[in-house]
Design a protein around this ligand. Structure first.
Ligand code: SAH
Length: 230
């Protein structure tokens, strides 16, 4: 079985590559893909670069070119829910594109014909994540993640996204990965550690907490991989 692990930025996959003894690097479609054997399965790992377009390309490549049968995303996100503090983990139950807007035609935000406002993540992996959380003694929140091509550092925008979609966290890649995996029938799991509160201080907080939050998420995802490779 081939399992994909994906991030958006180098910092998000660096802690995962560090855990592997050796891997093969392949350049493909403007990105680097890292392949390794791990616990008897094949891992393929990549960071996509930021945003929906690059993450769509990478998720598609991981599935179609490298043959990934499951995909796990590890990264950081801005919090909407007051229950989420910096370093906390959130597992996406559903993902939506908060910047997709053809409401001029009477459609809801996040919707285009033949699409869906929300895409659901794989329930089985969410269940496994609960076991991992228990074993690690970590509390992990489940919730809706909203994705868009903008770094949200604005209370008003953040609140609008929270109210419109019932979202608990926001980032820039999850929903596009979800759309790809859903279309290709590849079960997917999206985990994010909170790096900021998507408010006025977000960019400051982001730079300060990116690395530590990315490590939190990566460690958790590797525990998931341990369980999935058994
Ligand atoms: N510091 C980077 C830019 C980071 S963009 C640079 O200068 O190059 C933010 C990244 O973290 C995205 O990959 C996104 O998925 C996630 N993210 C974390 N907090 C976010 C927020 N408040 N709004 C949107 N994305 C956020």
């Amino acid at each position: 079985m081939t399992l994909a692990i994906m991030g958006a930025m180098p910092e998000e996959i660096a802690p995962i590559l560090e855990k592997l003894e050796n891997y093969k690097t392949t350049n493909y479609a403007g990105n680097r893909y890292y392949e390794a054997s791990y616990n008897g399965i094949k891992l393929v790992i990549a960071y996509s670069k930021i945003g929906k377009v690059f993450s769509t390309l990478t998720a598609t490549t991981l599935c179609e070119h490298f043959g990934a049968k499951k995909l796990l995303f590890s990264g950081v996100a801005g919090a909407i829910s007051h229950k989420l503090k910096i370093g906390d983990l959130i597992v996406a139950t559903q993902l939506t594109q908060h910047d997709l807007d053809i409401t001029a035609f009477g459609h809801p935000f996040g919707y285009v014909p033949e699409g869906a406002v929300f895409v659901e993540a794989d329930k089985e992996m969410i269940e496994i994540s609960k076991e991992v959380a228990k074993e690690m003694g970590k509390s992990v929140q489940e919730g809706i993640i909203a994705t868009g091509d903008q770094f949200v550092a604005n209370e008003e925008r953040k609140n609008w996204i929270g109210e419109t979609f019932g979202a608990d966290a926001l980032e820039m890649e999850g929903a596009s990965v979800a759309v790809v995996c859903d279309a290709l029938d590849v079960p997917f799991f999206i985990l994010r550690a909170i790096s900021d509160a998507a408010d006025m201080d977000a960019s400051f907080s982001f730079d300060e907490f990116l690395e530590t939050s990315a490590v939190e998420s990566a460690e958790f995802v590797m525990r998931m991989v341990d369980k999935l490779s058994r």
